[in-house]
Design a protein around this ligand. Structure first.
Ligand code: APR
Length: 180
C-alpha cells in the first residue's frame, strides 16, 4: 500500500528516489522550488533540461505534463519536472493541476522509483490558494492509489515550506500529517 505523508521541510534535502520540481514550461530554471533544485542540484540538471529542449521538447513542457532528468548533486536519484497551471479566478484549471500529480506519478513508476516527494505545485509564484492546492494534490494522489496506479511506489511525500502549508496538507490527509 502506498503511504502518503506530509512534512515541513526543503524538497532539495529529500532522500526519496524522485523529487518533483515546480518548473515552468521553458525548463530552464526560475525561483522558488525551481531555483532551489537547480542551485543545490548543480549544472547537470540544467544540462539535461537543455538537452530535452534541443530534442524531445523543442517547444518546452506543457502545463500538466511531467518529464524526468538526473537529480545531479541532490540526494534524490531523479528530478521529475512538472509545470503547474497559473491560478486564475475566472478560469478553473484544477484539471491541469491534478494532471501534474498524475503524470509525475506515472513518470515515477516508469523510472521504477519507490518513493517520490512533491512540493505544493502552483501554490507559490503561480498563485494557487494553498487549501485548494492541497485538496487537489491529496485528492489526486488518493485517486491514483485507489485506481491501483501507484504499484511499486511505497511512499508519496508532500514537502511543505511553511507551517501553514503543512497544516493545509495535514488537514486534507485528515491526520497530523501522515497517513498509512
Ligand atoms: N522546498 C519545498 N517547497 C518550497 C521550496 C523548497 N525549497 N521553495 C519554495 N517552496 C514552496 C513555496 O513556498 C510554495 O508553497 O513551494 C510551493 C510552490 O512555489 P513555487 O516554487 O513558486 O512554484 P509555483 O507556484 O508552481 O510557480 C512556478 O515559479 O520558480 C518559478 O520557474 C518557476 O515559473 C515557475 C514558477
Amino acid at each position: 500500500m502506498t503511504q502518503v505523508t506530509a512534512i515541513e521541510g526543503d524538497i532539495t534535502a529529500q532522500t526519496t528516489d524522485a523529487v518533483v520540481n515546480a518548473a515552468n514550461s521553458s525548463l530552464l530554471g526560475g525561483g522558488g522550488v525551481d531555483g532551489a533544485i537547480h542551485r543545490r542540484g548543480g549544472p547537470a540538471i540544467l544540462a539535461a533540461t537543455k538537452e530535452l529542449r534541443a530534442t524531445h521538447l523543442p517547444d518546452g513542457l506543457p502545463a500538466g505534463e511531467a518529464v524526468a532528468t538526473t537529480a545531479g548533486d541532490l540526494p534524490a536519484r531523479w528530478v521529475i519536472h512538472t509545470v503547474g497551471p497559473v491560478w486564475a479566478k475566472s478560469h478553473d484549471r484544477s484539471a491541469v493541476l491534478a494532471s501534474c500529480y498524475r503524470r509525475s506519478l506515472e513518470v515515477a513508476r516508469e523510472l521504477g522509483a519507490r518513493s517520490i516527494a512533491f512540493p505544493a505545485i502552483s501554490a507559490g509564484v503561480y498563485g494557487w490558494p494553498m487549501d485548494d492546492a492541497a485538496r487537489i494534490a491529496v485528492g489526486t494522489v488518493r485517486e491514483e492509489i485507489a485506481a491501483g496506479r501507484t504499484g511499486g511506489i511505497d511512499e508519496v511525500r508532500f514537502v511543505l515550506f511553511s507551517p501553514d502549508a503543512h497544516a493545509a496538507f495535514a488537514a486534507q490527509l485528515g491526520t497530523g500529517g501522515t497517513e498509512a
